[in-house]
Design a protein around this ligand. Structure first.
Ligand code: 5GP
Ligand code: MN
Ligand code: MN
Length: 322
């Protein structure tokens, strides 16, 4: 357990703050980075929010998201931070090219992954939180940040997306209370849900049908593969398959869902999901990745998707006792 007071004094004592999220950004990541950036800016500090990857386009309509910068933009700005806050990352490699500047700065890590490696100088890591954005909400309140409709809405995004819109096993009464408080402060749940869930392209549906075509099911395990050729033939990128693995998990009698995605050629990402008892974060960690008990992932460079699938299936079958 960290002394929460050391985190607060580090942030209040710093004037120039860089806030960094993870590559392959999800809703919690974007929400956490933007909400803390907007919060600390209210305190009159010079704050930059950064994610070193493409932001999924549907998120660009939310307040503050367009202002996020990547590593190149960061170098252009010649911004020299007093402290770097890393959000929603279980390991330093998750920040993309920002990993290069971590050693020369004081690092604050705020995260809810059970697999977090405590790589900061100050680490606030608590896997009882459903979302890093929920931690940011608590932090902002302690810092006395005022919430308007914009801040409440972007902060709500992380609570909603990391809990599967309040359906996953991390949906606790605390999460619902915090979500309700954000709604009272002006967050717009229907706008958030329709923006994120009801903005699919026809090409995404084509890609989804390719994934469904290839699903294999065996004793509580279901898996599929999307190759680079699949993405190309549907006019899609890796961003378009976000959330697909949940469709596999939604199958009856399936405990573990695996989706192997190759994009671009020979870069492979694996998404793992479980329903009730298999800790997929342990499997992902064995393969150099990480995550949560019910949702985890890992990535490989210069890899063949079918070979990766074979390795992952061996570990999953072992974890399932067969
Ligand atoms: P997804 O399957 O949606 O990409 O990721 C599920 C969860 O696993 C997320 O919490 C994400 O942060 C984590 N995760 C995914 N890929 C990686 C990875 O390569 N390394 C680590 N440490 N965590 C990952
Ligand atoms: Mn995340
Ligand atoms: Mn998260």
């Amino acid at each position: 357990m960290i002394k929460f007071s050391s985190l607060i004094s580090k942030l209040t004592d710093s004037q120039r703050i860089l806030i960094v999220g993870h590559i392959m950004p999800d809703g919690d990541d974007i929400s956490s980075v933007v909400s803390l950036t907007l919060g600390l800016q209210q305190l009159g500090k010079s704050v930059l929010g950064a994610i070193d990857d493409k932001i999924p386009p549907e998120y660009l309509v939310f307040p503050g998201v367009k202002d996020l910068i990547d590593y190149e933009k960061f170098l252009d700005l010649k911004f020299s931070p007093d402290v770097v806050v890393v959000l929603d990352c279980s390991s330093p490699d998750r920040v993309g090219r920002f990993v290069k500047i971590l050693p020369e700065h004081t690092i604050v890590v705020i995260d809810h992954h059970a697999t977090n490696g405590f790589f900061g100088d100050i680490n606030w890591v608590d896997s009882t939180y459903a979302a890093t954005a929920q931690m940011v909400f608590h932090l902002n309140k302690v810092l006395g940040i005022e919430y308007n409709e914009e801040l409440a809405t972007i902060n709500f995004v992380g609570l909603a997306t990391d809990s599967g819109f309040f359906r996953y096993s991390n949906t606790t009464s605390n999460l619902l209370k915090d979500a309700a408080e954000l709604v009272e402060m002006g967050a717009k749940p229907h706008f958030v849900a329709s923006t994120i869930l009801e903005n699919k392209t026809l090409n995404q549906f084509l890609l989804l049908s390719k994934m469904i075509d290839k699903i294999k099911v065996e004793k509580g395990l279901a898996y599929s593969v999307l190759t680079f050729e699949d993405y190309l033939s549907c006019g899609c990128t890796d961003q378009d398959s976000s959330g697909f693995v949940s469709e596999i998990r939604s199958l009856k009698n399936v405990e573990v869902a695996v989706l192997v995605m190759e994009y671009p050629k020979n870069r492979v990402h694996v998404s793992l999901r479980s329903k009730n008892y298999v800790d997929v974060s342990k499997i992902a960690a064995t393969l150099g990745g990480g995550g949560h008990a019910r949702a985890a992932g890992c990535s490989f460079e210069n890899a063949d998707p079918w070979q990766v699938l074979k390795e992952v299936l061996t570990l999953v079958r072992e974890a399932m006792g067969g």
